[in-house]
Design a protein around this ligand. Structure first.
Ligand code: SDX
Length: 431
């Protein structure tokens, strides 16, 4: 808790309230309104939480104007370049970069939890073959609470730790098996001799009929995509996880709730929608038509992968992703990928267009990620499951932080009610 003695004065009707203010280590000051209703008999109104801090956190900081993203204080571009995903997981979970000994203890803990209970494989077979992989991973993640009873007691720090490691370790297996099920291929078991990203790629693309060797270039790109998606402050899915967790729900159910929220096209589903949009545009000469549609108030079409609630400058993840797309597609010899060319030209045109400039709409993390995932060989339906796999550690870090906070209580927002006032029931014959 940061010490502060300043107050904000709120004058209304015949009241004048002094509301305490608090200063963060980074970002805007806050006005603490927890006692506003008790003292003033009024609510605040902020349906999209555009001006509302829902919690205190030490995990991730975003400066939307500077286009800055810090995981525990470390900038995302440095972590993407110099770190790797499991080290970033340690940082997000425990607050500090691990030393060599800590890292060498952490990695095997995750590696040895990558297998699923064998009976869980039957859950997959209950889905239609053409089920969207997000429906499968949402269901299987929630079902984990029926298998791992020894790590569902949120009041036991050790069980919270075991559940956390299990989910970080098993999400790649669940996502990979959802993909294998959708293409009618047999499940490939995790391998403990492979790093996190290589293991995921192997489970997705290996087949029993022949050996599959993971391309280190692809593995590095995959690992970097996981790092870029690992956490992002109090976004919609993280807020969903926190709200579910505030009721005391078991961790597996909370993460399943986060997966469900992430699926939306305004959130994590945008990477799938962005690539589908780029493919629909098809060629550079059709870009103006889509720019016009995006600007047309009567057209619900939006440029998917553009805009952000917080970033009013470049999304730093999009910059790294764009560089990675150039590198990966160049190394794969497909730098002239038409979709990448359309994306770059669309970005160039949009960033010169007054509509996008005035509304401060820039490419976000989802604009380029799909191009890399497509080049690696994933169908668009796997883009959001990959986002969910990466974000699992962020959801868990935020959930653990909330559960460990002695002041936390169940989240229960109020409302601005504009419905019918009190009225008595009328029998049907009198209506
Ligand atoms: C993610 O919160 C996070 O941190 C999320 C995330 C994470 O890591 O967890 O970063 C991941 O979800 C990234 C965002 C992915 N979504 C998309 O790319 C979908 C397309 N973008 C939009 O739908 C929109 O930009 C949002 C949802 C991302 C943000 O919406 P806001 O903050 O509620 O902004 P808004 O809808 O009020 O838009 C402001 C104005 C509007 O115009 P006016 O009504 O003021 O005239 O900008 C316009 C919007 O119409 N606008 C767009 C646009 N996005 C906003 N116009 C055209 N194309 C767009 N993409």
């Amino acid at each position: 808790m940061t010490s502060d003695t300043r107050n904000a004065t709120l004058d209304f009707d015949d009241k004048s309230l002094e509301l305490p203010m608090r200063s963060p280590t980074l970002g805007p000051d806050v006005v603490d309104i927890q006692k506003l209703y008790a003292q003033g008999g009024i609510f605040t109104y902020d349906p999209g939480f555009t001006s509302t801090a829902s919690c205190e956190s030490k995990i991730t900081y975003i400066d939307g104007n500077k286009g800055e993203l810090l995981y525990r204080g470390y900038p995302i571009d440095q972590l993407a370049e110099k770190s790797h995903f499991l080290e970033v997981c340690y940082l997000l979970l425990y607050g500090e970069l691990p030393n060599a000994e800590e890292l060498n203890e952490f990695i095997p803990r995750v590696t040895r939890h990558t297998m699923l209970h064998e009976q869980m494989s039957y859950f997959f077979r209950g889905f239609r073959r053409d089920a969207h992989p997000m429906s499968i991973i949402c269901g299987v993640q929630g079902a984990m609470s029926s298998f791992y009873h020894d790590s569902t007691d949120i009041n036991d720090p050790w069980q919270r730790e075991v559940a956390s490691i299990r989910m970080i370790a098993k999400m790649p297996t669940i996502a990979a098996w959802a993909y294998k099920y959708s293409i009618g291929q047999p499940f490939v078991y995790p391998r403990n001799d492979l790093d996190y990203a290589s293991n995921f790629l192997h489970m997705c693309f290996a087949v029993p009929a022949e050996e599959y060797v993971v391309d280190p270039i692809i593995a590095r790109a995959m690992d970097r995509i996981f790092t870029l998606h690992a956490d992002h402050e109090q976004n919609a899915s993280t807020s969903t996880v926190r709200l579910a967790g505030s009721s005391g729900a078991n961790p597996f159910a909370c993460i399943a709730a986060g997966i469900a929220c992430l699926w939306g096209p305004a959130h994590g589903g945008a990477n799938e929608a962005a690539l589908n949009m780029l493919r629909e545009i098809g060629t550079v000469d059709r870009i103006p038509e889509y720019i016009a549609r995006a600007k047309d108030k009567n057209d619900p079409f939006r440029l998917m992968g553009f805009g952000h609630r917080v970033y009013k400058n470049f999304d730093p993840r999009a910059k790294v992703m764009k560089e990675s797309a150039d590198e990966v597609l160049g190394l794969l010899g497909i730098e002239n990928n038409p979709t990448l060319q359309v994306a770059k030209e669309l970005e160039r045109i949009a960033l010169e267009d007054p509509y996008f400039v005035e509304k401060k709409l820039y490419p976000n993390v989802d604009f380029y990620s799909g191009i890399i995932l497509d080049a690696i060989g994933f169908p668009t339906s796997m883009f959001t499951p990959i986002f969910a796999t990466a974000r699992t550690v962020g959801w868990i870090a935020q959930w653990k932080e909330m559960i460990a906070d002695p002041t936390q209580k169940i989240g229960r927002p109020r409302q601005l009610y504009t419905g019918a006032t009190y009225r008595d029931y009328v029998d049907v014959e009198n209506r």
